[in-house]
Design a protein around this ligand. Structure first.
Ligand SMILES: Nc1ncnc2c1ncn2[C@@H]1O[C@H](COP(=O)(O)OP(=O)(O)O)[C@@H](O)[C@H]1O
Ligand SMILES: [Mg+2]
Length: 257
């Protein structure tokens, strides 16, 4: 048995379900992601990908099933968990959004330190030092006092990623991080994400950048209609999907017209 198989998964989800009103959006999702692994989620619009990410970090409260992240006790969503339990779940992961979601009236640096200082109550000087080092790492030191509107989309998204890293999460969640970017700005963001994967971060990434998925994903899962239709390595999924729905989706992705 390899060490990954022997150690418990970082994410362990059983029977996760979520409805909005009478609409069933997630249906008995089973998910295991090992520490240091990268899972890419693909699937049509409205299939439940964002809702799944949001349930993993407690932004959305599932209405059935269990979620275990990073060795904390599994949270049972058959009843609404107490706020403390949800806050602890939130603290284990950090989300990177499609539209960056930076605070428009705060500088780059303030955007990064807000969560660690206000929510995690860590000492501001220490957080500032780490934030500056992270900005340096992504080549954005000189933008620390700029406002989001003064940055390109690619720069804003790299700040979005730095803001997530500054929270020192166990798990990084990315929701279509490059789909709002102009094509020439996508590479920098994917490049940074690739570095994070190599460094051993555990990541769940919703993306339709298939070449990136080939290079970075340990596993790709196809989500449709609130279920995981199939999963496998990128090679298996993109070259020889077993399900007709997956085949049709990939075909539409590769040959949109
Ligand atoms: N807050 C919400 N209230 C009601 N319906 C929602 C809400 N969020 C998502 N939905 C619905 O849930 C379904 C799945 O949405 P979503 O998870 O955003 O899919 P995806 O990210 O795959 O496009 C869609 O039909 C969407 O309209
Ligand atoms: Mg979505």
């Amino acid at each position: 048995m390899s060490p990954t198989e022997a150690s418990p998964p970082l994410i362990d989800v059983h029977g996760l379900s979520k409805s909005f009103g009478s609409t069933r959006v997630l249906e008995s999702i089973e998910l295991r992601v090992g520490r240091g692994e990268v899972l890419v989620l693909i699937g049509p619009s409205g299939s439940g990908k964002t809702t799944l990410l949001r349930c993993l970090n407690g932004l959305e409260i599932a209405d059935g099933g269990t979620v275990e992240v990073a060795g904390a006790r599994a949270i049972d969503f058959s009843s609404t968990p107490p706020p403390k339990v949800l806050a602890a779940l939130r603290d284990r992961s950090a989300m990177v959004f499609q539209h960056y979601n930076l605070f428009p009236h705060k500088t780059v640096l303030e955007n990064i330190v807000e969560g660690p200082v206000i929510v995690q109550k860590r000492p501001r000087p220490e957080v500032l030092e780490e934030a500056l080092a992270l900005l340096e790492r992504v080549g954005l030191s000189e933008k620390k006092d700029s406002y989001p509107f003064e940055l390109s989309g690619g720069q804003q998204q790299r700040v979005g990623i730095v803001r997530a890293l500054a929270l020192k999460p166990q798990l990084l969640l990315f929701d279509e991080p490059t789909s709002a970017l102009d094509p020439e700005l996508i590479g920098d963001v994917l490049g940074l994400m690739k570095e994070l994967a190599v460094e051993g971060w555990t990541m769940v990434i919703v993306t339709h950048e298939l070449q990136f998925a080939r290079e970075v994903a340990d596993e790709v899962a196809f989500v449709d209609g609130g279920v995981i239709v199939e999963r496998g390595t990128a090679q298996q999924m993109f070259s020889a999907p077993t399900q007709e729905r997956t085949r049709q989706f990939l075909h539409r992705l590769l040959f949109p017209f």
